[in-house]
Design a protein around this ligand. Structure first.
Ligand code: 5GP
Length: 132
């Protein structure tokens, strides 16, 4: 059975898309730690990040780097934090989180955003993106 992230990538479940290429898809986390919290996901399903082959892992890091740069240009913050957990969704994903305080990195404090706010921030990050 497909993971929820495969359903998002295939458009079966809606998402606030930030970036996409042939191998990766980036979209806003629906329950963000902070405004601009983004997930970067390989299109090919794999459960655990260190089960990726080395080249796929490095490509994921390169794509995440580019998305992080765009988030940093868009969302005022101290820095972009990067976390990999995967205990909820068994499909590799990198969390890119605009950090203001340590709380933003803890997954205990959540930000409530309206549909309009999600869409606006996704559009702004996408505009600031350079994928080459
Ligand atoms: P993890 O697996 O790293 O513990 O957490 C999974 C993350 O995916 C959580 O931050 C959660 O909010 C996010 N998430 C789970 N389901 C969905 C979904 O359907 N859409 C989006 N955009 N994010 C989701």
């Amino acid at each position: 059975m497909s993971t929820i992230f495969t359903k998002i990538i295939e458009g079966e479940i809606p998402s606030y898309k930030v970036a996409e290429n042939d191998a990766f898809y980036a979209f806003l986390d629906i329950n963000p730690n902070a405004k601009g919290h983004t997930l970067v996901v390989p299109k090919k399903e794999e459960n655990k990040i260190f089960d990726l082959d080395e080249k796929s892992y490095l490509n994921l890091m390169q794509f995440s780097y580019r998305v992080a740069k765009a988030i940093e240009k868009t969302v005022p913050c101290e820095r972009i934090g990067m976390t990999v957990i995967g205990l909820e969704v068994p499909h590799v994903h990198v969390h890119l989180i605009p950090l203001h305080t340590m709380d933003d990195a803890t997954f205990s404090k959540k930000e409530k955003l309206s549909t309009e706010e999600f869409q606006t921030i996704a559009n702004e990050i996408a505009k600031n993106l350079c994928l080459t």
